[in-house]
Ligand binder design. Sequence first.
Ligand code: COA
Length: 282
Amino acid sequence: MFQKDLLQARRALITGGGTGLGKGTARRFLELGATVYICGRREKVLAETEKELRQISRNIHSIPCDVRDAAAVEKMVETIWNDGPLDILVNNAAGNFLARTEELSLRAFEAVIGIVLMGTLHVTLACGRRWLKIGHRAVVLNVTTTYTTSGSAYVVPSAVSKAGVEALTRSLAVEWGNRGIRMNAIAPGPIPTEGAFSRLLPRPELEKHALQRNPLGRFGTPAEFANLAAFLVSDGAGYINGEVVVMDGGEWLQGAGEFTSLGRMLTEEEWASMKPRKPSGD
Ligand code: COA
């Protein structure tokens, strides 16, 4: 799909890169020639992922860091900058779980908002200030979700955080665009990863229901996400700025269309009865 050297000599940081979509994206970026830094909270998981991805390229590095901690983020970015400036930032680290909002503690809100919204802000600012200072061209890719405009029951901390990340994406795309920094987001639909599915689909049989909600009748794959990410951070997408690209097989559109579910419940006889009657010829 891409030239093998698409991201040659590019230096990328992927937050939450030890697992799931972040790991899949790290793999793809390495295949396309980039030097990739992954960060995450769990040192052991990161080390294992680094070891695995080293089989693709030696240009993989891991740094333990909790993106909620602004000082720790500053330290990590400074460490990376000692080897040279980054060119690409993927804000992928996230946290989410299903819960009835009235039962959530303040710390539960803070945990998700801290990772998703504040974490994205911490890393974006730490990199952005450095880029602007030296006039370095760069690209940021944020990961949001399909329920940012509609909101969603039972995932309120995530919904408010991801909506904020989309506002950040569009705002900084304009504020920093004329200084060489592009910023976009991907809004993925359901993609099976251990982190997301264990928290968001508590019973395996609920998968069937989730599949029925999707026009394509299947989930997305980490490889499909990584291909879109690679395109958006590449020069081929150089004029795309401030965009949120939905990648969900058409799932949210199916949910939004007023007549979609009704139409699927009609029988052949009912469809036939709604056709215009042929003139009788009298
Ligand atoms: N329902 C209600 N409250 C929950 C919860 C749940 N499922 N999971 C955690 N919380 C609450 C905790 O009770 C705690 O609040 P309290 O101190 O008032 O009891 C607060 O959230 C922090 O929990 P803790 O486990 O200390 O936070 P953490 O930093 O270890 O975990 C999470 C962060 C909660 C976001 C966790 O789900 C996580 O690590 N997620 C990362 C991976 C992920 O979510 N991936 C999917 C992305 S789509």
